[in-house]
Design a protein around this ligand. Structure first.
Ligand code: HEM
Length: 517
């Protein structure tokens, strides 16, 4: 045997041995660290984050987390450094306004790129100073006063939706897809005063929706082992290979390019400036304050609206309509409320946000649907700050990754009652003031505290208008071969197989619905 055949192994084998030993010792030290060792949890979870990848692969995160807490109690070790919490009393400590728990590395898997650089958005940034700087120039645009001026932009999309359903009357309609097209077009209007045209073209334009779904699946799984992200989609070379050779989608690029196109169109078209969309607002603010927003930040804010505000609203709208169709008693009661308001002349041609707020049962239905089916159904991960923390009677060290999955606390029987797993909007109307406060505080549909959803009011306005508008004009029937929808959860709990039929003729329906409930 020649010396040259032997030599490399003489060097390579000890290196492999040393690295393996280092890795094994590190894994064991983490697995048996004193603060997390006493915590209950699945056997393999303490050794590797891949345990969660394995459990979440099937898209059944809500069932997985509910089962883990049912089996192991309110605090469960779900990874070498990761803990899932189910006790609502810990919400203020982890997420509250004065909490200094920062977002975990999970969020790095949801970043976008601009000019070949990874860009953190208001949603993904983990740095409080960066978060503050990003939030300052846009916070006012998300206020309720500002959002009310956006209503005509929403109405334009509702009109297209209604015409389309009239056109498709009596046919099977994939309402899941239609609602997503609607939500995407609305967020396009609110952001740029421009629709993508999903509803007019009746298709997934630029494959935006399917590629976003792909990206969320990636984030949902790789986010469990975020140290792999810089070697995968977090690496520009890998991304180029994935796009050019494997033809895998890159939704962030598509959305950033669309955003750039809208900015160019706006800047070319100097006259059309008086609309209430985000782009107009930000451009006018720049002029007023003579303080130009860096172009990267402009792209960042606008594209983030599309990324964070379309799927989430579509999921919640689907949940509201689905639970209503599946719960005839609630459907009838809501329809009666809408019909009464209509007869009393309390509803405009396009139901306004303010009018929707007066419909007490509608508000309970929306809250209840989002309680049972929160758009984000993964743990909202945070890192324990300096000094450690005591949660559920356990002392956890600085840097421990803790999170509450909204699904789990939303089904807490001590707070929502023994029927917490059931859709029953009445619970929001029956609860006394103290109980109501506790229920509200436990809702994590929009997160809570410093990093809660900035777009909450946009979605509430959009849904609070859309639902009564549709139910006022149509009756909806379940028309799928399957008895239930299908839900796949990778961060967002996305539903499919939501097939319905729409019929008009609401005058007859009004009579039927005024029967006692
Ligand atoms: C029903 C619809 C929506 C739901 C269920 C929802 C849900 C959430 C949740 C749970 C969070 C907190 C995430 C965490 O703590 O990790 C969040 C944050 C956020 N959402 Fe929403 N969202 C919705 C609509 C929107 C809309 C319409 C927009 C924008 C137009 C938006 C933009 C954001 C942003 C920017 C953040 C990060 C805020 C910050 O960290 O300061 N969301 N959302």
């Amino acid at each position: 045997m020649a010396m040259s055949d032997v030599m490399p192994w003489v060097y390579v084998l000890p290196v492999i041995g040393f690295v393996s030993l280092y890795w094994i010792i590190g894994t064991l030290r983490l697995a048996y660290r004193t603060d997390l060792s006493p915590l209950p949890g699945p056997k393999w979870a303490r050794f590797t984050g891949l345990y969660r990848v394995y459990r979440l692969w099937s898209g059944q995160a809500p069932a997985v987390y509910l089962q883990l807490h049912e089996q192991y109690g309110p605090i469960v070790r779900t990874g070498p450094n990761t803990v899932s919490i189910a006790d609502p009393a810990t919400i203020p400590t982890i997420y509250g306004i004065s909490s200094n728990f920062l977002k975990s590395k999970f969020y790095t898997t949801l970043t976008t790129t601009y000019n070949g650089e990874i860009v953190d958005s208001l949603f993904t940034t983990r740095d409080p100073a960066h978060h503050k700087a990003l939030k300052r120039p846009v916070a006012g645009k998300f206020s309720m006063t500002s959002i009310r001026t956006m209503e005509p932009l929403v109405d334009e999309c509702s009109e297209i939706f209604i015409r389309s359903m009239e056109d498709l009357e009596g046919q099977k309609v994939d309402l899941g897809a239609w609602v997503q097209w609607y939500a995407f077009d609305v967020i396009g209007m609110i952001t740029f005063n421009r629709r993508f045209g999903f509803m007019e073209e009746r298709k997934d334009i630029l494959d935006m929706i399917s590629s976003l779904e792909f990206a969320l699946k990636y984030a949902g799984l790789i986010g469990q082992v975020p140290y792999l992200h810089p070697w995968l989609a977090g690496n520009q070379i890998v991304m180029k290979i994935m796009e050019r050779i494997l033809h895998l989608p890159n939704p962030a690029r598509t959305i950033v390019e669309f955003t750039q196109e809208c900015i160019d169109a706006y800047d070319r078209n100097e006259k059309e400036k008086e609309t209430s969309d985000f782009l107009t607002f930000l451009r006018l603010e720049e002029k007023k304050n003579k303080d130009t927003m860096p172009h990267g930040d402009l792209i960042n804010h606008l594209s983030n609206n599309l990324l964070a505000g379309s799927d989430t609203t579509a999921i919640s709208l689907r949940a509201i309509l689905y639970y209503l169709i599946q719960t005839p008693k609630s459907y009838k009661r809501l329809q009666a409320e809408i019909d009464d308001a209509d007869r009393a002349g309390k509803l405009s041609k396009f139901v306004t946000y303010g009018e929707g707020l007066e419909l007490e049962y509608l508000q309970a239905v929306m809250k209840e649907a989002m309680r049972l089916h929160p758009g984000v159904s993964y743990p909202l991960e945070r890192l324990v700050p300096e000094g450690g923390v005591n949660l559920c009677g356990q002392k956890l060290r600085e840097g421990t990754n803790v999170g509450i999955n909204p699904v789990v606390v939303h089904q807490n029987r001590a707070i929502f009652g023994d029927d917490a797993a059931k859709f029953r909007p009445e619970r929001w109307l029956e609860a006394g003031p103290e109980q109501l406060k506790i229920m509200e505080r436990t809702l994590l549909t929009f997160g809570t505290g410093t990093r809660s959803c900035i777009g909450k009011n946009i979605s509430l306005m959009e849904m609070g208008k859309f639902v009564p508008q549709i139910l006022r004009q149509f009756e909806l029937y379940w028309a799928s071969e399957k008895p239930e929808w299908t839900v796949n959860t990778y961060w967002f709990a996305r539903q499919s197989d939501f097939i319905v039929k729409f019929t008009r003729g609401r005058s007859k329906i009004s009579q039927k619905l005024s029967l006692p409930i």
